[in-house]
Design a protein around this ligand. Structure first.
Ligand code: NI
Length: 171
């Protein structure tokens, strides 16, 4: 198993702004593979490097039903956003067991480098659109709970601190 663990909200490191990946080399490919392993093990649909305390612009995601379509996005950029907005329920591996509604663009086009270092474009719809916008927020140091009201966010923060403390005690 990869030697990476997922930072949990409200860890301040989740608010770090990631730097661009300078070169897509074996180190980056290994990181992408390790992140994919963690994402699948945790049954998540996406994971940003920020969440494993690596502050470089790298995302892995798989929104396929069969969980057999891994997408690696390095230095992703949104090149088009739909005017149409959509509200969907989101969760996050850094905020376990918390789900709430967030409004985002219904579809986006993203340009990125793949695992092979080649540029590609992805037109993301539905869950993939939600996922890629959510993960790209992570690279900017933003967690989805920051879209919620201050009251909800404070409740989540308190809940997460308690949960982490309880788990440490029970460990
Ligand atoms: Ni997340």
């Amino acid at each position: 198993m990869a030697q990476l663990s997922i930072l949990r909200y409200p860890d301040p490191r989740l608010h770090t702004v990631a730097k661009p990946v300078a070169v897509v080399d074996d180190r980056i490919r290994r990181l992408a593979d390790d992140m994919a392993e963690i994402m699948y093990a945790a049954e998540g649909v996406g994971l940003a490097a920020t969440q494993v305390d690596v502050h470089e612009r790298l995302i892995v995601m798989d929104t396929s039903e069969a969980r057999d379509h891994l997408v690696v996005l390095i230095n992703p950029q949104i090149i088009w956003r739909s005017d149409e907005m959509r509200v969907a329920e989101e969760g996050c591996l850094s905020v376990p067991q918390i789900y709430d509604k967030v409004e985002r663009h219904a579809s986006v086009k993203v340009q990125a480098l793949g695992r092979d270092g080649e540029t590609f474009e992805m037109h993301a719809l539905d869950l993939a659109a939600v996922c890629v916008q959510h993960e790209m927020d992570h690279l900017l140091g933003k967690v989805f709970v920051e879209y919620l009201s201050a009251l909800k966010r404070d409740r989540i923060r308190t809940k997460m601190i308690k949960k982490t403390r309880d788990e440490m005690r029970d460990a």
